[in-house]
Design a protein around this ligand. Structure first.
Ligand code: PGA
Length: 246
């Protein structure tokens, strides 16, 4: 089973030179771990600088239309043209409505990108609450589009830069993943429901990654630790080992 190790650099680093150096330090490990799909999502201005390196590229967001008079926006077609295969959508730091995220998901898939859809909660909740969140975030998204997407359980309270943020426990992640899976199977049927990878995001590092993998996550969305090449390459290596045992 392929695993996904997705690094979200957020608004870091500040120069193309640093971005390239970090990318180079990650690329070698990425290319020696065939069971792991390593994806880096740098800020838009650095995409072209990283496109020659051996990992997949993703955008941190895209606009909900493909072109037109939308000052400051970045089209999913432009991301595709820059070599992106993936795009993170609905990250909690962007504070977007479900309706906007749904339009972006459709535009991304129409443009040939794989959406990495973030779905979380403000405080630890229950499977019932997660079903509600999934329902409002994915309302009216057809199974054909879901099938081309990755979902991320991304509790806001677990993000490293959230005040007091600490990683979720193995039990919490296992419970959330099974709530996600139940929802998908109920909404889209078994074939689609079991095919969609479910990832975890929130304070992942090399010391705790195994608990999320054991909880059933098919990958991780990593913020802070993706900016340290030693830490991030250790995550890729752990995932490669895990992938060989499942
Ligand atoms: P973190 O970020 O790994 O720094 O907690 C994760 C995220 O924002 O998804």
């Amino acid at each position: 089973m392929k695993m996904f190790c997705i690094g979200n650099w957020k608004m870091n680093p500040t120069t193309a030179k640093e971005a390239f150096r970090l990318g180079e330090n990650i690329a070698e490990k990425a290319s020696s771990c065939p069971q792991v799909i390593t994806v880096l999502c740098p800020p838009f201005p650095f995409l072209a600088h990283l496109s020659s390196l051996s990992f997949a590229l993703g955008g941190q967001d895209c606009f909900l239309e493909q072109k037109g008079a939308y000052t400051g926006e970045v089209s999913p077609l432009m991301l595709k043209d820059q070599g992106c295969k993936y795009v993170i959508l609905g990250h909690s730091e962007r504070g977007e409505s479900d309706e906007v995220v749904q339009k972006k998901i459709r535009a991304a898939v129409r443009s040939g990108l794989t959406p990495v859809i973030c779905i979380g909660e403000e405080k630890p909740s229950s499977p019932k609450f997660l079903h509600k969140r999934l329902h409002s975030r994915l309302q009216d998204i057809p199974a054909t589009v879901l099938l081309k997407s990755l979902l991320v359980y991304e509790p806001v309270w677990a993000i490293s830069t959230t005040k007091g943020g600490k990683p979720a426990t193995q039990e919490a992640v296992a419970l959330a993943i099974s709530a996600f899976r139940d929802f998908l199977v109920k909404e889209a049927g078994e074939r689609v429901g079991f095919a969609i990878p479910i990832l975890y995001g929130g304070s992942v590092d090399k010391k705790n990654i195994n608990i999320f993998l054991k909880a059933g996550a098919q990958g991780v969305l990593v913020g802070g630790a993706s900016l340290k090449s030693k830490e991030f390459t250790a995550l890729i290596a752990e995932m490669e080992l895990h992938a060989q045992t499942v």
